[in-house]
Design a protein. Structure first.
Lengths: 332, 332
C-alpha cells in the first residue's frame, strides 16, 4: 500500500543548489525510494519565471514519486502543510560586501521565514538551513519560530562531513563507503573543526582508526583540516560557482539519515541546538556528532577530546557567539 | 556479494546537463541502487578547470556507489573500457538558434568521438547520444564506428516521451506514474510525433485509453502535439537555459530501462537504428516504441497507424533524411 506523500519545501529553488536538489528529492534520494513527495518551491519575484521553468522541467521528467509541484513567490503558500523545509534561499555575499551587510540581509529573511513556517508548516516539521551563514540563519529562525521544537531546526554541516570522508578516502585510496565517523564540530565556516580522532576505515582486518592508517599526524592536524575548511573556496575557484551538486546531495543525506536513521555503529554531523554537551555554550546552532533513530537526533556523548581538539572546538564556538551578537545587533 | 563496477562515460561533463547527470549516475538512478559505478568525464580543454571542479564535488559528496572518477580532456582516456557512453558534449542551442545551426559544429565532433569509442570502449558498450541534433549525431557516430553493433547506438527521445506523459497527466489531473504507452516517433526536434493512440491511464476501473479520458481529439491532435514538440524552446524561454534537469533524468530512464528492462505491459521511446519497421526508411536513427529485455531493445510491432499518424511519421522521417544529407555535406 503506497505511503501518503510528504511535503518538502525548498526555498531559493530557482537557484543552483535548488536545481540540483529538486530532482534528487523527486527520485527518492532524500526520503527513500518508496516515499511519494509533493514539492513546494519558493523564490523571490525576480526569479518567478525561472522558477516556473524548474516546475515545467519537473513535470517533464515524469518522476514516478513526484505527486505534485507548487512553484510560488508567496511564502505562505510555500510553507503550508510542509513536513520538511530545506532553506536554500538567502542573500549571497557579493564583492565588496562586509560581513555585517550579508548578515543583516539574511537575518531579515530568516526572521520572516521563521514566522511563515511556524504558522503554516505541518506539525513536527523538520527544518534544514543551508544558506550561509547557515548556523546563524538557523539560530535566527529558531528564535523567531518559538513554537517549532528547537530540536527540529538544524543546519547543514553534512557537506563538510562528506568532504572530510572524501579526503580520507583519497588519501588512503579506499572506497569512501569504507570510511566513517569523522566529526565536523562547530560552524559551517572556515573555523569548523574536522576531527578524525574517532574515525575508522573498514579493512579486511576489521575497523582500523584513520590516524593509524594515515600515519601522518602532521597532515591530519594541518593540511587535511585546512583542505576541508576551505573546500568551498576551492570549488568556487575551479567552477566559478559555488558548490551545488555536493551541497544538494549532502542535504539529502542529512534529511535521510535524520528521518530514516543512521546505520548501526555510524554517526554523522549535523548543526543542532547546543545543550551544553562537550562544554560548548548552550543556545548556539553548533555541529556535533549525532546518531538518529525514530526521526530524532542524539548527540554522541563521551568522546574523549584532546587538547588540540579542545582549542578548535572553542575557537569555532567563539566565532558562533560573535555571529550571534552581530545578528542580534542587526535586529535592533 | 557486491557487483563489479560499471564504467560510465559522460562527454560534455562540465556543462549543465553533465552537472545534473553525474550525481544521478552516482546515486544509482541510471543502473540501480546496487550497481557500483566508475565515472569517466570528458570535456574540452577550456573547460578543464571546471571539469576538475565537478570531480572535486563528486568526491566531496561521498557517494557510496561511486568507486572512481576520471576527469579528462583526452578522448582515449575517457573512452577506455566504458560500458555505457552518454554523449552530452556538443555545441549547445541558445535562444533564437535553429537546430540546423548547430549541425555542422556537431558532425565533426561525432565523427572524432566515434573513432575513440570504437577503439577503446568495452565490448558491447551501449551508447546514448543526447547532444542535438541527437538523431543525426548518433547516425554519424554509427557510420564512423562500424565495429560498434548498430543496435548499441541510440539517441534520446525519452525526454519527449516523458514530456508527453507529463502533459497527459496534467490534462487529466492524474499521477504521471498512472500514464503509459505514449509513443514519440521520429526526430528529437519540432517534427517529432507524440502519439497517444495507444496510450492508457491506470484508473480505478482498469486501464482506459487516453483518447477516451481526455475526450478532446482537437486538443490531442494539435495543442498537445505542439506543446510537446516545442517544449524545449519553452524551457529556454523560462530559464534562459536549455533543459538540463529533465534531460539528465530522462537519460537515466533511457539507460535504466534498456539495461534492466521495461516493466511488463509498458513500452518506452528510444531513437534507434531503423530496420524498415512501420514503413520508415531503414538507415536512420528514428524514435520508435520499444520494449527492453536482457539488455536489448525491440520495436513494438503491429500497432495500428491511422492516416493522421502516417502523415506525421513520414514528415519527421523526411526531416531526418534531409538532416542526413546535410550532415554528409558538412563532412565534405
Amino acid at each position: 500500500m503506497a505511503k501518503d506523500p510528504v511535503r518538502v519545501l525548498v526555498t531559493g529553488a530557482a537557484g543552483q543548489i535548488g536545481y540540483a536538489l529538486v530532482p534528487m528529492i523527486a527520485r527518492g534520494v532524500m526520503l527513500g525510494s518508496d516515499q511519494p513527495v509533493i514539492l513546494h518551491m519558493l523564490d523571490i519575484p525576480p526569479a518567478a519565471e525561472a522558477l516556473n521553468g524548474v516546475k515545467m522541467e519537473l513535470v517533464d521528467a515524469a518522476f514516478p514519486l513526484l505527486k505534485g509541484v507548487v512553484a510560488t513567490t508567496d511564502v505562505v503558500e510555500a510553507c503550508t502543510g510542509v513536513n520538511i523545509a530545506v532553506m536554500v534561499g538567502g542573500f549571497p555575499r557579493k564583492e565588496g560586501m562586509e560581513r555585517k551587510d550579508v548578515m543583516s540581509k539574511n537575518v531579515a529573511i530568516y526572521k520572516s521565514q521563521a514566522s511563515a513556517l511556524e504558522k503554516h508548516a505541518a506539525a513536527n516539521c523538520k527544518v534544514l538551513v543551508v544558506a550561509n551563514p547557515a548556523n546563524t540563519n538557523a539560530l535566527i529562525l529558531k528564535e523567531f519560530a518559538p513554537s517549532i521544537p528547537e530540536k527540529n531546526i538544524s543546519c547543514l554541516t553534512r557537506l563538510d562531513h562528506n568532504r572530510a570522508l572524501g579526503q580520507i578516502s583519497e588519501r588512503l585510496n579506499v572506497p569512501v563507503s569504507d570510511v566513517k565517523n569523522v566529526i565536523i564540530w562547530g560552524n559551517h565556516s572556515s573555523t569548523q573543526y574536522p576531527d578524525v580522532n574517532h574515525a575508522t576505515v573498514k579493512t579486511p582486518a576489521g575497523e582500523k582508526p584513520v590516524r593509524v592508517l594515515v600515519a601522518n599526524d602532521e597532515w591530519l592536524n594541518g593540511e587535511f583540516i585546512t583542505t576541508v575548511q576551505q573546500r568551498g573556496a576551492a570549488i568556487i575557484k575551479a567552477r566559478k560557482l559555488s558548490s551545488a551538486l555536493s551541497a544538494a546531495s549532502s542535504a539529502c543525506d542529512h534529511i535521510r539519515d535524520w528521518v530514516l536513521g543512521t546505520p548501526e555503529g555510524t554517526w554523522v554531523s549535523m548543526g543542532v541546538y547546543s545543550d551544553g554537551s562537550y562544554n560548548v555554550p548552550a543556545g548556539l546552532i553548533y555541529s556535533f556528532p549525532v546518531t538518529c533513530c525514530n526521526g530524532q537526533w542524539t548527540i554522541v556523548q563521551g568522546l574523549p577530546i584532546d587538547e588540540l581538539s579542545r582549542k578548535k572546538l572553542d575557537l569555532t564556538a567563539e566565532e558562533l557567539s560573535e555571529e550571534k551578537a552581530l545578528a542580534y545587533s542587526c535586529l535592533s
